[in-house]
Design a protein around this ligand. Sequence first.
Ligand SMILES: O=P(O)(O)OC[C@H]1O[C@H](O[C@H]2O[C@H](CO)[C@@H](O)[C@H](O)[C@H]2O)[C@H](O)[C@@H](O)[C@@H]1O
Length: 277
Amino acid sequence: MDTLPEPSTPAGRDALAALLAEPARALVALDFDGTLADIVADPEQARAHPGAVPALAALAPHVASVAIVTGRPAGVAVRYGGFAGAAGLEHLVVLGHYGAERWDARSGTVNAPAPHPGIAAARGELPGVLDAHGAWRGTWVEEKGQAVAVHTRRASDPEAAFEALRAPLAELAARHGLILEPGRLVLELRPPGVDKGVALEAYVREVGARCVVYAGDDLGDLPAYAAVEKLRSDGVPGLLVCSGTAIPELAEQADVLLPGPAEVTAFLAGLAERIAG
Ligand SMILES: O=P(O)(O)OC[C@H]1O[C@H](O[C@H]2O[C@H](CO)[C@@H](O)[C@H](O)[C@H]2O)[C@H](O)[C@@H](O)[C@@H]1O
């Protein structure tokens, strides 16, 4: 990316200017699937764009921190991202399970809470609930450890399966003290208590960032966007980047709208280049 895209809003332009003026005080936080990795039919085949690690590694030494904030288990995002042991990413942090888990490149370890008992109970009932509501051909269950997700992308009618399963899965989640987290053709049953907004705000405080960039593509990124809006109202400049237009609410709020992970990667590389001069 020879020239950085001009943010479409005054707040976005202020944030980009603040970042370029004082990069050492900035946090750059990114979602994984759909933002750094292309959306693919099989979630186990998702991998970071080949330019993502080099771009993040070029940027990281210039900013206060680079973090991945994902709905994936932290260890899975580290593996699919190719983040472990990457030169330049020695301080990378991955906040997984919407912030409930954390992997630190410094230690190479994942910190995770005790599993919520509702997950095992809901998992046990899930096949019966799926059967009772159409047993959509091609529906796939992702075992996430701290959560369980029902994917409809490969169902015979992905949107219809998503809509048909939404209410029964919300009911199953509620019965076991869980919440239903909807995403791009995925319905996830997970413990309550944390979201990407809570995680982002806490991490901003931890690193003392005075400027934030957040990039995302999905419904689960809306709380992070809201956290950036709140930080802005507290005087911390924030730049909202959206990858793709799958979620119109996100695209409409963004200061910078990019087509997908290839362009997000180019944007990160462009930032690094501009900062390095
Ligand atoms: O917070 P994220 O990093 O964006 O993770 C959100 C969910 O991403 C994955 O599902 C999505 O990507 C899959 C692979 O491209 C795609 O097949 C699926 O339709 C998408 O919803 C992942 O499987 C989930 O566990 C994450 O919560």
